[in-house]
Design a protein around this ligand. Structure first.
Ligand code: ADP
Length: 403
Protein backbone atom coordinates (compact mmCIF):
# COMPACT_ATOMS: atom_id res chain seq x y z
CA UNK A 1 0.00 0.00 0.00
CA UNK A 2 1.35 3.45 -0.91
CA UNK A 3 1.06 6.42 1.43
CA UNK A 4 -1.43 8.02 -0.96
CA UNK A 5 -3.72 4.98 -0.97
CA UNK A 6 -6.43 6.24 1.37
CA UNK A 7 -9.64 4.97 -0.21
CA UNK A 8 -11.62 1.96 0.99
CA UNK A 9 -14.42 0.33 -0.95
CA UNK A 10 -17.01 -1.30 1.33
CA UNK A 11 -19.04 -4.12 -0.20
CA UNK A 12 -22.15 -5.71 1.27
CA UNK A 13 -23.08 -8.57 -0.98
CA UNK A 14 -26.51 -10.20 -0.68
CA UNK A 15 -27.96 -13.07 -2.68
CA UNK A 16 -29.35 -10.77 -5.37
CA UNK A 17 -27.94 -7.40 -4.38
CA UNK A 18 -24.67 -5.57 -3.99
CA UNK A 19 -24.44 -2.45 -1.82
CA UNK A 20 -21.29 -0.37 -1.93
CA UNK A 21 -19.67 2.75 -0.57
CA UNK A 22 -16.34 4.28 -1.48
CA UNK A 23 -14.79 6.28 1.36
CA UNK A 24 -11.68 8.40 1.71
CA UNK A 25 -10.18 7.58 5.08
CA UNK A 26 -8.10 10.76 5.43
CA UNK A 27 -11.29 12.45 6.64
CA UNK A 28 -13.83 9.59 6.47
CA UNK A 29 -15.76 11.25 3.63
CA UNK A 30 -18.03 9.27 1.35
CA UNK A 31 -17.00 9.62 -2.30
CA UNK A 32 -19.70 7.45 -3.83
CA UNK A 33 -22.54 5.20 -2.68
CA UNK A 34 -24.78 2.84 -4.55
CA UNK A 35 -26.69 -0.36 -4.91
CA UNK A 36 -27.26 -3.04 -7.52
CA UNK A 37 -30.60 -4.82 -7.07
CA UNK A 38 -32.26 -7.85 -8.64
CA UNK A 39 -28.97 -9.35 -9.88
CA UNK A 40 -29.69 -12.29 -12.20
CA UNK A 41 -33.05 -10.90 -13.33
CA UNK A 42 -34.07 -9.06 -16.49
CA UNK A 43 -34.88 -5.94 -14.50
CA UNK A 44 -31.66 -5.45 -12.56
CA UNK A 45 -31.11 -1.90 -11.42
CA UNK A 46 -27.99 0.03 -10.52
CA UNK A 47 -28.29 3.28 -8.63
CA UNK A 48 -25.12 5.23 -8.12
CA UNK A 49 -24.50 8.57 -6.41
CA UNK A 50 -21.11 10.24 -6.86
CA UNK A 51 -21.11 12.30 -3.66
CA UNK A 52 -17.53 13.57 -4.15
CA UNK A 53 -18.45 15.36 -7.35
CA UNK A 54 -21.65 16.63 -5.72
CA UNK A 55 -23.28 14.59 -8.44
CA UNK A 56 -26.85 13.51 -8.87
CA UNK A 57 -28.01 9.93 -8.46
CA UNK A 58 -27.75 7.96 -11.72
CA UNK A 59 -30.00 4.95 -12.29
CA UNK A 60 -29.66 2.33 -14.99
CA UNK A 61 -31.97 -0.62 -15.62
CA UNK A 62 -31.32 -3.75 -17.61
CA UNK A 63 -30.16 -7.31 -17.05
CA UNK A 64 -27.07 -7.81 -14.85
CA UNK A 65 -26.38 -11.53 -14.96
CA UNK A 66 -24.31 -12.13 -11.83
CA UNK A 67 -22.18 -10.53 -9.11
CA UNK A 68 -19.18 -10.30 -11.41
CA UNK A 69 -21.18 -8.28 -13.93
CA UNK A 70 -22.58 -6.20 -11.07
CA UNK A 71 -19.16 -5.30 -9.71
CA UNK A 72 -17.90 -4.50 -13.21
CA UNK A 73 -20.90 -2.19 -13.73
CA UNK A 74 -20.14 -0.49 -10.40
CA UNK A 75 -16.48 -0.17 -11.49
CA UNK A 76 -17.58 1.50 -14.73
CA UNK A 77 -19.72 4.02 -12.81
CA UNK A 78 -16.82 4.80 -10.47
CA UNK A 79 -14.43 5.17 -13.44
CA UNK A 80 -16.81 7.66 -15.02
CA UNK A 81 -16.42 9.76 -11.85
CA UNK A 82 -12.61 9.41 -11.86
CA UNK A 83 -12.83 7.02 -8.89
CA UNK A 84 -12.08 3.76 -10.74
CA UNK A 85 -11.34 0.49 -8.96
CA UNK A 86 -7.94 0.43 -10.73
CA UNK A 87 -6.90 3.68 -9.02
CA UNK A 88 -3.68 3.52 -6.97
CA UNK A 89 -5.59 5.51 -4.34
CA UNK A 90 -7.66 2.43 -3.48
CA UNK A 91 -6.08 0.90 -0.36
CA UNK A 92 -8.39 -2.03 0.29
CA UNK A 93 -11.82 -3.54 -0.08
CA UNK A 94 -13.78 -4.22 3.12
CA UNK A 95 -16.46 -6.91 2.99
CA UNK A 96 -19.37 -7.31 5.35
CA UNK A 97 -19.53 -11.01 6.28
CA UNK A 98 -22.53 -12.07 8.33
CA UNK A 99 -21.25 -15.15 10.14
CA UNK A 100 -17.74 -15.50 11.50
CA UNK A 101 -18.50 -18.21 14.05
CA UNK A 102 -16.22 -18.29 17.07
CA UNK A 103 -12.99 -18.13 15.13
CA UNK A 104 -13.22 -14.61 13.73
CA UNK A 105 -13.16 -12.22 16.64
CA UNK A 106 -11.51 -9.40 14.67
CA UNK A 107 -11.52 -8.01 11.13
CA UNK A 108 -9.36 -10.34 9.05
CA UNK A 109 -7.32 -10.02 5.85
CA UNK A 110 -8.81 -12.54 3.43
CA UNK A 111 -6.73 -15.41 2.07
CA UNK A 112 -7.61 -18.93 0.94
CA UNK A 113 -7.72 -20.27 4.50
CA UNK A 114 -10.12 -17.49 5.56
CA UNK A 115 -12.35 -18.22 2.56
CA UNK A 116 -12.44 -21.90 3.56
CA UNK A 117 -13.45 -21.05 7.11
CA UNK A 118 -16.26 -18.70 5.93
CA UNK A 119 -17.38 -21.56 3.69
CA UNK A 120 -17.30 -23.97 6.64
CA UNK A 121 -19.80 -21.70 8.40
CA UNK A 122 -22.37 -21.91 5.58
CA UNK A 123 -24.50 -24.50 7.45
CA UNK A 124 -25.09 -21.98 10.27
CA UNK A 125 -25.67 -19.04 7.87
CA UNK A 126 -27.12 -20.64 4.73
CA UNK A 127 -28.71 -17.44 3.43
CA UNK A 128 -25.92 -14.97 4.07
CA UNK A 129 -22.45 -16.50 3.93
CA UNK A 130 -22.73 -17.89 0.35
CA UNK A 131 -23.74 -14.43 -0.90
CA UNK A 132 -20.91 -12.79 1.04
CA UNK A 133 -18.45 -15.34 -0.40
CA UNK A 134 -19.61 -14.58 -3.94
CA UNK A 135 -18.93 -10.89 -3.36
CA UNK A 136 -15.46 -11.60 -1.98
CA UNK A 137 -14.50 -13.97 -4.81
CA UNK A 138 -15.70 -11.50 -7.43
CA UNK A 139 -13.76 -8.61 -5.90
CA UNK A 140 -10.61 -10.75 -5.53
CA UNK A 141 -10.78 -11.78 -9.18
CA UNK A 142 -11.07 -8.14 -10.21
CA UNK A 143 -8.24 -6.81 -8.00
CA UNK A 144 -6.14 -9.81 -6.88
CA UNK A 145 -3.30 -7.48 -5.84
CA UNK A 146 -5.42 -5.52 -3.34
CA UNK A 147 -5.83 -6.43 0.34
CA UNK A 148 -9.39 -7.50 1.04
CA UNK A 149 -10.71 -7.57 4.59
CA UNK A 150 -13.67 -9.44 6.08
CA UNK A 151 -15.56 -7.63 8.86
CA UNK A 152 -17.89 -10.02 10.65
CA UNK A 153 -21.36 -9.24 12.02
CA UNK A 154 -20.77 -11.74 14.80
CA UNK A 155 -17.29 -10.54 15.89
CA UNK A 156 -18.39 -7.96 18.48
CA UNK A 157 -20.44 -10.63 20.26
CA UNK A 158 -17.62 -13.14 20.67
CA UNK A 159 -16.89 -11.57 24.08
CA UNK A 160 -20.20 -12.90 25.43
CA UNK A 161 -19.59 -15.16 28.42
CA UNK A 162 -20.46 -18.84 28.04
CA UNK A 163 -23.49 -18.47 30.33
CA UNK A 164 -25.00 -15.98 27.86
CA UNK A 165 -23.87 -17.71 24.68
CA UNK A 166 -24.91 -21.29 25.46
CA UNK A 167 -28.42 -22.62 25.03
CA UNK A 168 -29.51 -24.91 27.85
CA UNK A 169 -29.56 -28.00 25.66
CA UNK A 170 -27.48 -31.18 25.64
CA UNK A 171 -23.87 -30.00 25.42
CA UNK A 172 -22.62 -32.81 23.17
CA UNK A 173 -25.39 -32.19 20.62
CA UNK A 174 -24.85 -28.43 20.74
CA UNK A 175 -21.11 -28.75 20.25
CA UNK A 176 -21.36 -31.35 17.49
CA UNK A 177 -23.48 -28.94 15.44
CA UNK A 178 -21.96 -25.63 16.61
CA UNK A 179 -25.30 -24.62 18.13
CA UNK A 180 -24.89 -21.54 20.33
CA UNK A 181 -25.88 -17.89 20.42
CA UNK A 182 -23.65 -15.92 18.04
CA UNK A 183 -25.59 -12.64 17.68
CA UNK A 184 -25.63 -10.35 14.64
CA UNK A 185 -25.58 -6.60 13.79
CA UNK A 186 -22.28 -6.61 15.72
CA UNK A 187 -20.69 -3.88 13.62
CA UNK A 188 -23.61 -1.59 14.47
CA UNK A 189 -23.63 -2.50 18.19
CA UNK A 190 -19.88 -1.82 18.35
CA UNK A 191 -20.15 1.52 16.56
CA UNK A 192 -23.22 2.75 18.44
CA UNK A 193 -22.01 1.74 21.91
CA UNK A 194 -18.72 3.57 21.28
CA UNK A 195 -20.51 6.66 19.91
CA UNK A 196 -22.82 6.67 22.93
CA UNK A 197 -19.82 6.77 25.28
CA UNK A 198 -18.44 9.66 23.18
CA UNK A 199 -21.78 11.47 23.48
CA UNK A 200 -21.56 11.11 27.28
CA UNK A 201 -17.99 12.42 27.16
CA UNK A 202 -16.67 9.17 28.61
CA UNK A 203 -14.29 6.37 27.73
CA UNK A 204 -16.20 3.32 26.40
CA UNK A 205 -14.43 1.26 29.10
CA UNK A 206 -16.29 3.29 31.77
CA UNK A 207 -19.86 2.95 30.54
CA UNK A 208 -22.57 0.30 30.37
CA UNK A 209 -24.92 0.69 27.43
CA UNK A 210 -28.03 -1.08 26.18
CA UNK A 211 -28.07 -0.73 22.39
CA UNK A 212 -31.41 -1.17 20.61
CA UNK A 213 -30.77 -1.66 16.88
CA UNK A 214 -34.29 -1.38 15.46
CA UNK A 215 -34.30 -1.69 11.69
CA UNK A 216 -36.30 -4.14 9.63
CA UNK A 217 -34.17 -6.71 11.43
CA UNK A 218 -33.84 -5.78 15.10
CA UNK A 219 -31.58 -6.72 17.99
CA UNK A 220 -30.64 -5.53 21.46
CA UNK A 221 -27.28 -5.83 23.16
CA UNK A 222 -25.89 -5.33 26.64
CA UNK A 223 -22.45 -3.72 26.43
CA UNK A 224 -20.38 -3.49 29.62
CA UNK A 225 -17.29 -1.29 29.42
CA UNK A 226 -17.13 -1.61 25.63
CA UNK A 227 -17.56 -5.40 25.58
CA UNK A 228 -20.72 -7.22 24.56
CA UNK A 229 -22.04 -9.39 27.41
CA UNK A 230 -25.37 -10.40 25.87
CA UNK A 231 -27.35 -9.92 22.69
CA UNK A 232 -30.83 -10.87 21.58
CA UNK A 233 -30.14 -12.66 18.29
CA UNK A 234 -28.90 -16.24 18.58
CA UNK A 235 -27.79 -19.06 16.31
CA UNK A 236 -29.58 -17.14 13.56
CA UNK A 237 -31.09 -13.63 13.38
CA UNK A 238 -34.52 -15.07 14.24
CA UNK A 239 -34.24 -14.89 18.03
CA UNK A 240 -35.09 -11.93 20.23
CA UNK A 241 -37.08 -8.80 19.44
CA UNK A 242 -40.20 -8.59 17.30
CA UNK A 243 -38.92 -7.50 13.86
CA UNK A 244 -40.35 -6.34 10.56
CA UNK A 245 -40.99 -9.86 9.28
CA UNK A 246 -39.41 -12.15 11.95
CA UNK A 247 -41.16 -13.42 15.05
CA UNK A 248 -38.25 -13.07 17.46
CA UNK A 249 -38.60 -15.22 20.61
CA UNK A 250 -41.22 -17.96 20.51
CA UNK A 251 -41.62 -21.29 22.29
CA UNK A 252 -39.65 -23.71 20.05
CA UNK A 253 -42.54 -26.14 20.45
CA UNK A 254 -44.54 -23.85 18.14
CA UNK A 255 -42.43 -25.27 15.30
CA UNK A 256 -43.22 -28.90 16.27
CA UNK A 257 -46.88 -27.97 16.49
CA UNK A 258 -46.86 -26.36 13.03
CA UNK A 259 -45.32 -29.50 11.57
CA UNK A 260 -47.34 -32.11 13.45
CA UNK A 261 -50.70 -30.39 13.65
CA UNK A 262 -50.74 -27.85 10.80
CA UNK A 263 -48.85 -30.21 8.47
CA UNK A 264 -46.33 -27.60 7.44
CA UNK A 265 -42.94 -28.53 6.01
CA UNK A 266 -39.60 -27.45 7.47
CA UNK A 267 -39.22 -24.82 4.73
CA UNK A 268 -42.74 -23.50 5.21
CA UNK A 269 -42.12 -23.01 8.93
CA UNK A 270 -38.83 -21.27 8.09
CA UNK A 271 -40.57 -18.87 5.71
CA UNK A 272 -43.44 -18.30 8.16
CA UNK A 273 -41.15 -17.32 11.04
CA UNK A 274 -38.58 -15.35 9.02
CA UNK A 275 -40.69 -13.67 6.35
CA UNK A 276 -44.35 -13.70 7.39
CA UNK A 277 -44.17 -12.99 11.11
CA UNK A 278 -43.23 -10.01 13.26
CA UNK A 279 -45.02 -6.77 12.38
CA UNK A 280 -46.02 -7.93 8.90
CA UNK A 281 -47.54 -11.13 10.28
CA UNK A 282 -49.37 -9.26 13.01
CA UNK A 283 -50.87 -6.45 10.95
CA UNK A 284 -49.85 -6.80 7.29
CA UNK A 285 -47.33 -3.94 7.36
CA UNK A 286 -43.68 -3.94 8.39
CA UNK A 287 -42.95 -0.26 7.88
CA UNK A 288 -43.27 1.60 11.18
CA UNK A 289 -44.36 4.77 9.36
CA UNK A 290 -47.34 2.96 7.85
CA UNK A 291 -48.16 1.30 11.19
CA UNK A 292 -48.19 4.67 12.99
CA UNK A 293 -50.38 6.15 10.24
CA UNK A 294 -52.87 3.30 10.65
CA UNK A 295 -52.86 3.69 14.44
CA UNK A 296 -53.64 7.40 14.03
CA UNK A 297 -56.65 6.37 11.95
CA UNK A 298 -57.86 4.05 14.73
CA UNK A 299 -56.72 0.72 13.25
CA UNK A 300 -56.81 -1.87 16.06
CA UNK A 301 -54.65 -4.52 14.39
CA UNK A 302 -51.88 -2.00 13.84
CA UNK A 303 -52.22 -0.84 17.47
CA UNK A 304 -51.91 -4.41 18.78
CA UNK A 305 -48.87 -5.08 16.57
CA UNK A 306 -47.25 -1.93 17.95
CA UNK A 307 -48.03 -2.95 21.55
CA UNK A 308 -46.54 -6.43 21.04
CA UNK A 309 -43.41 -4.86 19.51
CA UNK A 310 -43.05 -2.47 22.47
CA UNK A 311 -43.78 -5.13 25.11
CA UNK A 312 -40.89 -7.28 23.82
CA UNK A 313 -38.59 -4.27 23.66
CA UNK A 314 -39.37 -3.41 27.28
CA UNK A 315 -38.70 -6.97 28.41
CA UNK A 316 -35.23 -6.78 26.86
CA UNK A 317 -34.52 -3.38 28.43
CA UNK A 318 -35.45 -4.91 31.78
CA UNK A 319 -33.46 -8.08 31.23
CA UNK A 320 -30.33 -6.24 30.11
CA UNK A 321 -30.60 -3.79 33.02
CA UNK A 322 -30.43 -6.84 35.27
CA UNK A 323 -27.56 -8.36 33.29
CA UNK A 324 -25.55 -5.12 33.44
CA UNK A 325 -26.40 -4.21 37.04
CA UNK A 326 -25.77 -0.54 36.31
CA UNK A 327 -26.97 1.09 33.09
CA UNK A 328 -25.50 4.42 31.99
CA UNK A 329 -27.34 4.74 28.69
CA UNK A 330 -29.95 3.22 26.44
CA UNK A 331 -29.19 3.99 22.78
CA UNK A 332 -31.73 3.75 19.96
CA UNK A 333 -30.45 3.21 16.43
CA UNK A 334 -31.29 2.04 12.84
CA UNK A 335 -34.38 2.96 10.75
CA UNK A 336 -37.00 2.67 13.50
CA UNK A 337 -34.74 3.60 16.42
CA UNK A 338 -33.45 6.75 14.71
CA UNK A 339 -36.75 7.95 13.27
CA UNK A 340 -39.73 6.66 15.22
CA UNK A 341 -40.20 8.95 18.25
CA UNK A 342 -43.38 7.09 19.36
CA UNK A 343 -41.40 3.82 19.61
CA UNK A 344 -38.75 5.45 21.80
CA UNK A 345 -41.37 7.10 23.99
CA UNK A 346 -43.41 3.91 24.44
CA UNK A 347 -40.37 1.67 25.06
CA UNK A 348 -39.28 3.79 28.01
CA UNK A 349 -42.74 4.75 29.35
CA UNK A 350 -43.31 3.55 32.89
CA UNK A 351 -39.64 2.77 33.53
CA UNK A 352 -39.01 5.88 35.70
CA UNK A 353 -38.26 3.64 38.70
CA UNK A 354 -35.36 2.28 36.65
CA UNK A 355 -34.08 5.82 36.06
CA UNK A 356 -35.38 5.92 32.49
CA UNK A 357 -37.35 8.78 30.99
CA UNK A 358 -37.71 10.60 27.68
CA UNK A 359 -38.16 14.36 27.27
CA UNK A 360 -41.03 14.83 24.81
CA UNK A 361 -39.60 17.88 23.06
CA UNK A 362 -36.08 16.43 22.77
CA UNK A 363 -37.58 13.17 21.48
CA UNK A 364 -39.49 15.05 18.78
CA UNK A 365 -36.34 16.63 17.29
CA UNK A 366 -35.36 15.18 13.90
CA UNK A 367 -31.63 15.10 13.32
CA UNK A 368 -28.92 12.92 11.80
CA UNK A 369 -26.61 13.60 14.77
CA UNK A 370 -26.14 11.56 17.95
CA UNK A 371 -28.23 13.21 20.67
CA UNK A 372 -29.65 12.80 24.16
CA UNK A 373 -33.43 12.66 24.53
CA UNK A 374 -33.65 12.10 28.31
CA UNK A 375 -34.40 14.96 30.72
CA UNK A 376 -31.55 16.43 32.80
CA UNK A 377 -32.73 14.73 35.98
CA UNK A 378 -32.85 11.18 34.54
CA UNK A 379 -30.36 8.75 36.09
CA UNK A 380 -29.92 6.86 32.84
CA UNK A 381 -29.18 8.69 29.57
CA UNK A 382 -31.48 7.84 26.69
CA UNK A 383 -29.83 8.55 23.34
CA UNK A 384 -30.52 8.42 19.61
CA UNK A 385 -27.30 7.43 17.86
CA UNK A 386 -27.44 6.98 14.07
CA UNK A 387 -25.59 3.84 13.10
CA UNK A 388 -23.04 3.73 10.28
CA UNK A 389 -22.02 0.16 9.55
CA UNK A 390 -20.21 1.09 6.32
CA UNK A 391 -18.03 3.67 8.08
CA UNK A 392 -17.23 1.16 10.83
CA UNK A 393 -16.29 -1.50 8.23
CA UNK A 394 -14.15 1.06 6.35
CA UNK A 395 -12.41 2.16 9.55
CA UNK A 396 -11.69 -1.39 10.68
CA UNK A 397 -10.46 -2.31 7.19
CA UNK A 398 -8.23 0.74 6.87
CA UNK A 399 -6.80 0.30 10.37
CA UNK A 400 -5.84 -3.26 9.52
CA UNK A 401 -4.20 -2.59 6.15
CA UNK A 402 -2.40 0.58 7.21
CA UNK A 403 -1.02 -0.90 10.44
P1 ADP B 1 -32.57 -2.68 7.50
O1 ADP B 1 -32.76 -3.67 8.60
O2 ADP B 1 -33.23 -3.09 6.22
O3 ADP B 1 -31.15 -2.16 7.36
P2 ADP B 1 -33.25 0.02 8.35
O4 ADP B 1 -32.36 0.19 9.52
O5 ADP B 1 -32.99 0.84 7.15
O6 ADP B 1 -33.45 -1.49 7.97
O7 ADP B 1 -34.74 0.30 8.85
C1 ADP B 1 -35.83 0.19 7.97
C2 ADP B 1 -37.11 0.43 8.74
O8 ADP B 1 -37.04 1.69 9.42
C3 ADP B 1 -38.33 0.55 7.87
O9 ADP B 1 -38.90 -0.72 7.61
C4 ADP B 1 -39.26 1.40 8.73
O10 ADP B 1 -40.02 0.54 9.56
C5 ADP B 1 -38.33 2.19 9.60
N1 ADP B 1 -38.33 3.63 9.31
C6 ADP B 1 -37.59 4.28 8.40
N2 ADP B 1 -37.87 5.60 8.42
C7 ADP B 1 -38.81 5.79 9.37
C8 ADP B 1 -39.52 6.92 9.88
N3 ADP B 1 -39.32 8.14 9.41
N4 ADP B 1 -40.41 6.72 10.86
C9 ADP B 1 -40.63 5.48 11.35
N5 ADP B 1 -39.99 4.38 10.92
C10 ADP B 1 -39.11 4.52 9.94
Amino acid sequence: MTATATRVLVLNSGSSSLKYQLLDMTDATRLAVGLVERIGEETSRLSHTPLAAGGEKRETEGPIADHEAALKAVGAELTADGLGLDSPKLAAIGHRVVHGGLKFTEPTVIDEAVLKEIERLVPVAPLHNPANLTGIRTARALRPDLPQVAVFDTAFHTTMPEHAARYAIDVATADAHRIRRYGFHGTSHAYVSRKTAELLGKDPAEVNVIVLHLGNGASASAVAGGRCVDTSMGLTPLEGLVMGTRSGDIDPAVTFHLKRVAGMSEDEVDVLLNKKSGLIGLCGDNDMREIRRRIDEGDERAALAFDIYIHRLKKYIGAYSAVLGRVDAVAFTAGVGENAAPVREAAVAGLEEMGLAVDASLNAVRSGEPRLISPEYARVAVAVVPTDEELEIAQQTYALVSA
